[in-house]
Design a protein around this ligand. Structure first.
Ligand SMILES: [Zn+2]
Length: 377
């Protein structure tokens, strides 16, 4: 029989590498890029969206306020639609009798739920490429943290094979799942890596920070008790009522997922792209602080599949504040683009650009070797 002992998993004071993952990393497994999301909502391709209650409301709103051309594949940008709605919300203004302030707020949440629904369609699986990525981390260097701008959960689902023996995921927020109260007992399955954990003799697991700066599909936020519930398997949304759906185990019966503490309806915790981005969400604020500490304490910063576009001015501001100007950086992106290079060069004078995709990177042993090697030690 194996003997378990209690162990406190600690982080070294400095990080060797912080990875920053963008849409290009998840796109390798079919998660749609931002520009492909709105067409799926308004082109009528997706019958489930088209016939659903919240799908109809959002479609009406976009048709009333934007012109687009389906045969020529010309659609408004997602960040322009959100920017438009955010303008009214921020100014506390109504658009018309049909779209008063409160309706606009609801439409914004519905549009977020449709995005959640679309991204989730490609998320219900384990990812080959992320699996390769984790294999490399375990083999080469486990003193790494990951900051991701993706809402999908492929990165975490691919971590399964490492769980317990090799490591624990640390989302860096105080999840409701960690509370030992009767109402939450069925959500206690997630281990808090910041408290002592039980380990088998001879095992030496490490915690990995996964910092999801734009939120996550498997987080449900309650704005009554200000807490977040992690539901790793329940990410489904009922498109007619806009509500989250959970499943009982093992019967698999559907039920409406509400806050176990106060029965309040949950909200999504994903930050949509917008030209007017406000990052006042308490969870996101906390994660920005955590990511800042990681970046300030790392020896190397590696960006994968992230273009640092002008729409992400909040990330540019964040990086400009926290990245030391001589930090060793690698940018892995399939497309060479001068505007992207210049955006990155404003952060550090010590950058190596690698024009390959995430799929190619995880297969390329010599490139992996150079990425995991630190210049100055
Ligand atoms: Zn609550």
């Amino acid at each position: 029989m194996s003997v378990k002992t209690e162990k406190f998993l600690q982080y070294p004071p400095n990080r060797d590498i912080v990875f920053v993952l963008g849409a290009g990393a998840s796109h390798a497994d079919g998660v749609p890029l931002q520009r492909d999301i709105l067409p799926q909502i308004i082109s009528g391709i997706n019958k489930e969206i088209e016939s659903s209650e919240i799908g109809k409301i959002v479609n009406d709103f976009i048709k009333d306020n934007f012109k687009f051309d389906i045969p020529n594949n010309s659609y408004p940008q997602l960040e322009a639609v959100f920017g438009f709605i955010d303008y009214f919300i921020q100014q506390n203004e109504s658009l018309s009798a049909k779209y008063p302030y409160d309706t606009l707020r609801n439409i914004k949440e519905y549009l977020i739920k449709l995005i959640h629904y679309i991204v989730n369609l490609e998320t219900d699986k384990s990812s080959y490429h992320y699996n390769q990525f984790w294999t490399q981390v375990v083999k080469r260097n486990t003193n790494v943290s990951i900051v991701t701008l993706n809402y999908d959960t492929l990165l975490e689902q691919s971590f399964d094979f490492l769980f317990k023996n090799h490591g624990y995921i640390d989302y860096c927020i105080p999840l409701m799942n960690y509370q030992r109260t009767p109402q939450l007992s069925r959500f206690n399955f997630w281990v808090n890596p910041r408290e002592p954990v039980m380990v088998d003799a001879g095992e030496n697991p490490v915690p990995f920070k996964i910092i999801k700066l734009h939120g996550s599909l498997n987080w449900k936020y309650c704005n009554c008790c200000d807490q977040t519930l992690l539901t790793p398997w329940d990410r489904k949304i009922d498109l007619n009522h806009g509500k989250f759906v959970g499943y009982t185990y093992p019967e698999k019966e559907e039920y409406e997922l509400v806050c176990p503490l106060d029965k309040t309806e949950f909200q999504t915790l994903i930050m949509p792209p917008s030209y007017i981005k406000t990052l006042h969400h308490p969870v996101i604020t906390q994660l920005l602080g955590e990511a800042a500490r990681e970046i300030r304490s790392t020896k190397k910063l590696v960006f994968i599949g992230y273009s640092l576009s002008n729409a992400d001015v909040h990330i540019k501001a964040f990086l400009q504040k926290h990245v030391p100007s001589d930090l060793e950086m690698v940018v892995v992106n399939p497309k060479k683009k001068e505007s992207m290079e210049l955006n990155y060069r404003s952060l550090s004078r010590n950058i190596d650009f690698q024009y390959v995709s995430f799929e190619e990177l995880v297969q390329d042993q010599s490139l992996l070797e150079s990425i995991f090697t630190l210049k100055a030690n």
